[in-house]
Design a protein around this ligand. Structure first.
Ligand code: AMP
Ligand code: ZN
Ligand code: FE
Ligand code: FE
Length: 318
């Protein structure tokens, strides 16, 4: 009974969230209010390739008494792994990496690396519009996407999915709870007909840009990144994949990921601890862009990221 009460009262944090400065729908101010209402003691806002949300989020978190961890999520090439397609051809893969305690100085190496990644994102976005138009999405335009996302270098594939649904329901079907995942499976996702990798910049390059500034890195949603589809493949391939990332300067593995079930999280947690890494966690909340994912609670409503992992992350800073 006592244990149950303690578990219920344990402080809960969320270290993976998106705002309208990338492909979430909440402004940083709205997100901070939602974090307070959800009872979070700490939150990391991890927009894609940008920390533009930071100042507004810091002020709002201050008002609500929620600790803010300066974060960002980036897509990077993992040169040690390839993906085999249905025809047996090998392709390079990109994975998502979370960076915590990011410096805000625009002259810092990490901020310059983020600017490079936004440059690559903008180029990908322009290319992807052209490709989709050539595939029949003739009403899709860059200004339409900018209207959803704010800027060319903050457009993400969820904005593309929304625009494709709004402009071309005759191709992708009407809006519904599974329309985004259908569009990713057929068009935008890895291996889809219109998949364009965002960047060739590597994990090693990005990690070295954080050196000396106390940045701590964690591999985001490792199962999605590496195609670990069941518990057996996590147990078999996980130790080698995670320890290789550890040797390349990553501290954490996002073991408490909001898109996975409690049972799967336990399997990832064990492999993370076995290789001496810190389990990080978060919901990957995107507001209306991922309506089935709740802040703090994830897709299945049972996510609890313990605040102790933040203490561990802080002590890994150097
Ligand atoms: P981008 O930053 O443009 O590469 O888009 C990445 C975003 O697309 C991620 O943050 C996810 O929110 C979303 N995403 C990636 N894969 C999928 C998928 N299979 N289904 C739905 N959303 C996805
Ligand atoms: Zn996203
Ligand atoms: Fe991601
Ligand atoms: Fe994310």
């Amino acid at each position: 009974m006592t244990v149950g009460v303690r578990r219920y009262c344990a402080a809960v944090i969320d270290l993976h969230t998106h705002s309208a400065c990338s492909d979430g729908s909440d402004t940083p101010t709205e997100l901070a209010a939602r974090a307070a209402a959800a009872g979070l003691t700490a939150i990391a806002l991890t927009d894609h390739d940008t920390t533009a949300s930071h100042d507004e989020m810091a002020a709002a978190c201050d008002r609500h008494g929620v600790e803010l961890v300066a974060g960002v999520e980036v897509s990077l090439r993992d040169t040690t792994v390839t993906r085999r397609d249905a025809d047996g051809n090998e392709h390079p893969i990109n994975v998502h990496v979370l960076a915590y305690f990011a410096p805000m100085d625009p002259a810092s190496a990490l901020q310059r690396a983020l600017a490079d990644l936004r440059f690559d994102r903008e180029a990908r976005n322009r290319e992807l519009v052209d490709l989709l138009v050539s595939m029949g999405f003739t009403r899709l335009t860059l200004p339409y996407l900018v209207d959803l996302a704010g800027r060319v270098d903050t457009i993400g594939r969820p904005h593309f999915a929304r625009a494709m649904t709004e402009l071309h329901p005759e191709i992708v079907g009407p809006a519904g709870p599974d329309s985004t995942s259908r569009i990713f499976a057929e068009w935008l996702g890895t291996g889809g007909r219109a998949y364009i990798p965002k960047t060739e910049r590597t994990i090693e390059e990005f990690v070295s840009a954080g050196a000396g500034d106390g940045v701590v890195f964690s591999i985001a949603h490792p199962l999605l990144n590496y195609g670990l589809e069941d518990h057996e493949s996590i147990a078999v391939r996980g130790p080698g994949l995670f320890s290789s990332l550890r040797d390349r300067g990553l501290t954490g593995v996002e073991a408490y990921y909001g898109g996975t079930t409690a049972e799967t999280r336990r399997v990832v947690l064990k492999v993370t601890r076995d290789v001496g890494m810190v389990p990080t966690g978060g919901s990957d909340y995107h507001g209306t862009y991922k309506p089935d994912v709740a802040l703090a609670k994830g897709r299945y409503g049972d996510l609890h990221v313990p605040d102790e992992v933040l203490v561990e992350l802080k002590s890994a800073r150097n």
